[in-house]
Design a protein around this ligand. Sequence first.
Ligand SMILES: Nc1nc2c(ncn2[C@@H]2O[C@H](COP(=O)(O)OP(=O)(O)OP(=O)(O)O)[C@@H](O)[C@H]2O)c(=O)[nH]1
Ligand SMILES: [Mg+2]
Length: 698
Amino acid sequence: MKRSETAKIRNVAVVAHGSAGKTTLTEAMLFSAGATTRLGRVEDGTTITDFDDDEIRRKISISTALAWAEWKGHKLNLLDTPGYAAFLADARNALRVADAAIVVVGAPDGVKVSTEKVWGYAAAFGLPRVIYLSKMDRERADFGRALEDVRKTLSAQAVPLQVAIGEEAGFSGVVDLVKMRALRFTADGPGKATDEEVPDAVRAAAEAQRAVLVEAVAEADDRLLEKYLEAGELSEAELREGLARSIREEKIFPVLCGAPARNVAVTPLLDFIVEYLPSPLDRPAVTGATGKGEEISSREARDEAPLAALVFKTIADPYAGKVTMFRVYAGTLHSDSTIFNAGKDVKERIGQLQLIRGKQQAATEAIGAGDLGAVVKLKETGTGDTLCDEKNPIRLPGISFPAPVISFAVEPKAKGDEDKMSTAFARLREEDPTIQIRYDAQTKETVVSGMGRAHVEIVAERLKRKFGVEVTLKMPRVPYKETIKAKVREVQGRHKKQTGGRGQFGDCWIHMDPLPRGAGFEFVNAIVGGVIPRNFIPAVEKGIVEAMERGAVAGYQTVDLRVTLYDGSTHPVDSSELAFKLAGRLAFRRAMTQARPVLLEPIMTVDVVAPGDCMGDIVGDLNSKRGRVLGIEAKGRNQVVKASVPLAEMLEYDSRLRSITGDRGDYSMEFSHYEEVPAHIQEKIVAESKPTAEEEEE
Ligand SMILES: Nc1nc2c(ncn2[C@@H]2O[C@H](COP(=O)(O)OP(=O)(O)OP(=O)(O)O)[C@@H](O)[C@H]2O)c(=O)[nH]1
Ligand SMILES: [Mg+2]
């Protein structure tokens, strides 16, 4: 395939809530444009963009897929993104490299929490947005009602470019409000429209909506407004030109509709993309740091400019190798060349470049400014990195990922697979950095965190399928800590052993004081007159720090206290570091028996977003989880509750929230602080915490 001219490229991300019809729409566009010979179905696992085994099995999109097509002399790069909350980070990354977004709204369902979320992402990137009302053939699909919903929740500047002809099963096409022509389609046909007079049944509606459109375009531009007020009309050319401009400037968000599953009213969207959505040349030049310092330079979308390409996705394939997907913002990337990764300060060998259509790859010699493509087997480069020319280095702003919300303890089923598991995780993290994996020294568990239960379960399946490691997931232990409530004065720790040969002698006296939450540990050396030699004092501290690792209540780490070492004694021959360490430990343990130790638990700050009608149930549920509601505020049609809740109560919140809201809610949480566990709950935890290690000898 020859290199595409930048002005004729359209990079479009298809975004929406889960199951809105993104993949089906993408499939219908690819089919109508002749990029595939049959219209695949998500149900049958036959679409171009849901090609992954997990996607086929679950009949949902999990990961963004790129697919290119040609339409009327233009190259379209379509990014079909996932819509379920746990996978939205990938949708965000797709928007990052797109020049416009198609926001799909299921006409029967309307706008959902995730729709508002992806709308917000696209707005943050300054992207022109089109709303496509899908599933128009379904029962309860109502163009007018869905439009109202969009205007109320997404933007009052949402303006229809079409009205529907026929409804539900009788939906057969649309009126194009710019040309005032009726476009009709045969269901399950090739997507070609017959161009007809506007039928009487929808004429009045079409004229009314056209007036709305013309007025919106006129209002978005002073020059056009003057003309409109004088003449009462705009010419078709003025309307088109004004519309294109106000779409690019995010002043108007046009609304189209169709039934992609039947391939009805999909080609008008293709025509729309080509005529009205921006090419890479219409977008602002990208900027990035050129050296190690702060110097910033910008790059325009020209084939001859120095190279600047951003990696937006990595796929870990244990057989084919790593696939790196990128957007060339400036310059041209050639097969069999060497490029520079400025962020990592390494050169990379570029082999055969590929154009991507789902899982199909087509070799290409060069990928020019504005275009999207892929290359396999890069060694060092990861998602978010910039590829550039060594003589003209640049680092575009990277890609950030949200913090995970749910954690599981993970273990290989087969003993001895630990190394294999951690290698596999490292590979999976390359393609999905929203997975986090860490060893919790406190609970002695390997903890995997992700964006939701389904996400972590899919990760576990991938470990098995792609890397042959079977793992078990279970609720992680809560990393409780312990602290003290009472001051303790004058406690002695004395270690003395005289068993033939050289003896051991260490002796210290301490005070202990509680400290505020988060203060950690403080050690005060108040020894005067050398009663303990200076070189043995760190040994006392070390003994205490080690003893703090396993607290007196349930064996958790002890924190937030001060130990003051104020007296002691020494023996000229028998004293040693070890002896003073043991003395320190002894003093600490004795002091703990008088210090009224208690358990502390991690408290999370939780944000829950859901429609207003769920708020009562959500707040009630949080209260029953020992949560404290900090505030509730409106956000579009939704409300956000901020609460602080113990982590122990949040371990399974993912499924809980789904059942309360019927999957219309969403939440995020982060660690806030530690708090004392209420006494009756502490009793339970203590009873459950069996001693994990055998008592250390003294
Ligand atoms: N009747 C009808 N069903 C549709 C239409 N578009 C999509 N569907 C159905 O809606 C369901 C979800 O469609 P998908 O295309 O997978 O939706 P999606 O937005 O890609 O879903 P995720 O990527 O998983 O978020 C599937 O069962 C589709 O067959 C349509 O135009 N008409
Ligand atoms: Mg999909």
